[in-house]
Ligand binder design. Structure first.
Ligand code: DGJ
Length: 726
């Protein structure tokens, strides 16, 4: 019996208990609704023998051999952890001491495996947190050094599994990108002996270069609905590395964790650190189900406020950049009110004073007090003007960066990252540097200013947290010579501790996570923030791709998507609106520059979005046609009870004369229900993209025969179709 009785007792009591060393189980099992995680224990060594479909011996369920190590004891080159002990010994031999089970919340079970090295007082606790309904497992490590001196952590993976080849073919998919070109999805077949390794060493940008997430599939190339697929994301916003490989002798390996390229982490005697969480899910229903599992888990358990619907935003950045004054902002707020927008966000350019005023990007970062020359009534004045117009109010900050031309740097040159014998290199604007967030004094200094500005704004409801520089000087005046290599890790922990403090003191203030766009779109940030700015590239065609790639792991309610007036290619207002509406909708322009027709159209679109947003933000996503492989794209969201759905279709440089697309086979509907079909966001009231007209159809016919649409060859045509239970 799989220690069932003890498990049951633990569950019933809802409390933690530990097995005494003598009573180590021979098997440990953890189950979610459809999945199972099974470990074997021999002589204190724990191997994972199965992660996949419950009880299955099927393809992709790794049942064949007990060769998956939970954590790093099988040789220097393979374990997830590599350690240099106080006496210089380079190996690690972790043995299970006890197992502990907790069920703090209904639907979530946590298993803790407590390990100790067989010869050293070096302890590791590996956590497995199982979200039953969502089929998601989180795993992470606490590492404690009880040796007589410091130990050096040479490799810091939270996950490192190896297992035998389980299928003839394996595919890995992940996304790469950089500033204004995020979301390039890559999919490749694994080849023996050629590991796929990706990561980011930018320090402050976790998601430029690549996003910390991947899907690995077993068998033929997976589709959205077919295939055995493992999804894996690393909740870390600093330097990281992931790898997926098939060794020459057929061992499959996956790993994910903190990158130690800048040197070993030095863990002092008596200290403990927690490595980032890795989130895993499994689906035998293709990539789409992996995404839906992640989305549900994120909304239910990870994001601070995801149960509430996100507001429609108007941000002034693309409309004015830093060239604004109070009068201009009031005019934009008037436009926002007329459109029916709910939240106004004042972007970069409101702070700094005198010669360091933030009127261009080389001044003012670090001086978190309002520039009264620009805003004579301060942020308070703008917040009450917003309230008078029925709008909520928020503003932009970039706490982790400073300009050399700022009061902050003049006062505290020691609080920015720098290396002793090298001149400081400025980034954006030639003078931008990174504040040393590993240093609590630097964090406190920035907090003092920000806290007072947040507190001064009545009913502040939103902050856009930006970060626009890489960690190019990996050097901290706070850390001594021995601990310099701890900087990347400690910096990221410092960012989290700041965000945690901000959330605690200002729980009602939502936070947008922006790092020059999608530079920090990761699950580490999403534990403290409410949404991402997925890219500075607001070209709607690019956004179709960027949002498609982001949706592999992140839910629509976290994807801020704004209608702007232009970036790269010209596209109609309808196309721009239709694309933004498939995420957390908003605008980033000056409404006064819109024509009367455009304003009327957008007003209607805002009220339409209010009607459909619960489906978009909280519904299940089905990706129907990929923009990476076709000259059009289609996706849909469905309310979990299948009563309401919205379909989005986007033509992308289609040939003139090929106006029809194959009927879109829909998913997630109830085959026994009938649906009223209605086209939304029509530009000309009489035009329609519905080939069969707005005739009610049954769920089964929509899922089997499909929804016939046309998309013309005009760059770019699009359609939004609403389905409601009759
Ligand atoms: C980069 C962000 O991605 C933009 O949206 C904007 O906030 C600018 N920074 C402001 O400097």
């Amino acid at each position: 019996m799989r220690n069932g009785l003890l498990t049951l007792v633990g569950l019933v009591l809802g409390v933690a208990f530990q097995f005494p060393v003598a009573a180590l189980p021979s098997e440990i099992v953890v189950e979610s609704r459809n999945c199972e995680l099974l470990f074997s224990v021999t002589n204190g060594r724990v191997k994972i023998v199965h992660f996949g479909e419950k009880g299955a011996e099927s393809v992709g369920a790794w049942t064949s051999s007990p060769s998956i190590s939970v954590q790093g004891s099988d040789g220097a080159s393979r374990g997830g952890l590599a350690v240099t002990h106080t006496d210089g010994c380079l190996s690690l031999d972790l043995r299970l001491q006890s197992e502990e089970r907790l069920t703090e919340h209904e639907g979530v079970e946590e298993v803790r495996l407590h390990f100790k090295d067989s010869a050293y007082d070096f302890r590791v606790c590996q956590h497995f947190c199982i979200y039953k309904e969502e089929d998601v497992v989180e795993t992470w490590l606490d590492i404690r050094n009880e040796e007589p001196g410091c130990v050096r952590l040479r490799r810091m993976n939270s996950l490192s599994w190896s297992f035998p080849m389980v299928a003839a073919r394996h595919y890995v998919q992940y996304s790469t990108g950089d500033w204004a070109c995020e979301g390039h999805l890559r999919e490749m077949e694994l080849k023996r002996g050629a590991d796929v390794v990706f990561g980011s060493l930018r320090g402050t940008y976790s998601a430029f270069e690549a996003n910390p997430s991947f899907m690995l599939s077993f068998g033929e190339r997976p589709t959205e609905e077919v295939g055995c697929v493992l999804g894996c994301a690393l909740a870390w916003s600093g330097m990281w590395k992931m790898s997926v490989g098939l060794s020459q002798n057929d061992g499959l390996r996956i790993s994910a964790g903190v990158a130690t390229d800048y040197g070993d982490y030095v863990l002092d005697k008596g200290l403990e650190i927690t490595l980032p969480k890795v989130i895993l899910t499994w689906s035998s229903g293709g990539k789409g189900q992996v995404s839906r599992n992640f989305h549900r888990w994120a909304r239910n358990w990870q994001m601070p406020n995801a149960r509430k619907l996100r507001p429609i935003v108007l941000n002034n950045w693309e409309g004015t950049q830093m060239a604004f004054d109070e009068c201009k902002i009031l005019e934009i707020m008037d436009g926002a009110r007329d459109l029916g927008v709910e939240l106004f966000v004042l972007d970069d350019g409101w702070f700094g004073r005198g010669r360091n005023a933030r009127n261009d990007d080389s001044h003012g970062l670090g001086d978190w007090y309002v520039n009264e020359a620009k805003l004579p009534h301060g942020l308070q004045g703008l917040a009450s003007a917003a309230r008078e117009r029925g709008l909520e109010f928020g503003f932009w900050v970039e706490p982790e960066m400073a300009n050399l031309k700022s009061d902050f740097y003049e006062r505290h040159p020691e609080l920015v990252l720098q290396e002793p014998h090298r001149p400081l290199r400025g980034q954006r604007g030639g003078t931008q540097v990174v504040v040393d967030f590993a240093n609590p004094v630097a964090r406190d200094e920035i907090w003092r200013m920000l806290e007072s500005v947040y507190a001064s704004v009545p009913n502040l409801s939103y902050v856009k947290w930006d970060a626009n520089a890489s960690m190019i000087h990996v050097g901290s005046g706070f850390l001594d010579r021995l601990h310099q290599s701890n900087l990347p890790f400690d910096y990221t922990k410092g960012v989290y501790s700041f965000l945690k403090r901000q959330r605690k003191v200002f729980p009602g203030v939502d936070i947008q996570d922006c790092a020059s766009g999608g530079g920090r779109m990761d699950y580490g940030m999403l534990a403290f923030t409410d949404e991402f700015w997925t890219s500075d590239d607001t070209d709607p065609r690019e956004r179709v791709m960027i949002q498609w790639a982001a949706s592999q792991f992140y839910p629509a309610c976290a994807m801020a998507a704004h209608v702007t007036t232009g970036w790269n290619r010209p596209a109609s207002l309808k196309f721009r609106t239709d694309v933004a509406m498939s995420g957390r909708f908003g605008y980033e322009l000056q409404p006064s520059r819109m024509t009367r027709d455009e304003l009327e159209y957008s007003k209607a679109a805002v009220s339409t979005y209010k009607r459909i947003r619960s489906v978009v933000q909280h519904g299940d996503l089905y990706r129907l046609v990929s923009p990476f492989e076709n000259d059009y794209a289609a996706l849909m969201y469905v309310q979990p009870d299948a009563s309401h759905a919205v379909v989005f279709a986007y033509g992308l440089s289609r040939r003139v004369g090929e106006n029809q697309i194959p009927p879109l086979r829909l998913f997630g509907l109830d085959s026994s229900k009938r649906y009223v079909i209605c086209e939304l966001n029509k530009f000309y009231p009489k035009s329609t993209h519905l080939r069969g007209g707005e005739v009610p159809r049954s769920g089964s016919s929509l899922m089997v025969q499909g929804l016939p649409l046309c998309l013309s060859g005009n760059d770019y045509d699009s359609a939004v179709i609403e389905l409601r239970e009759e």
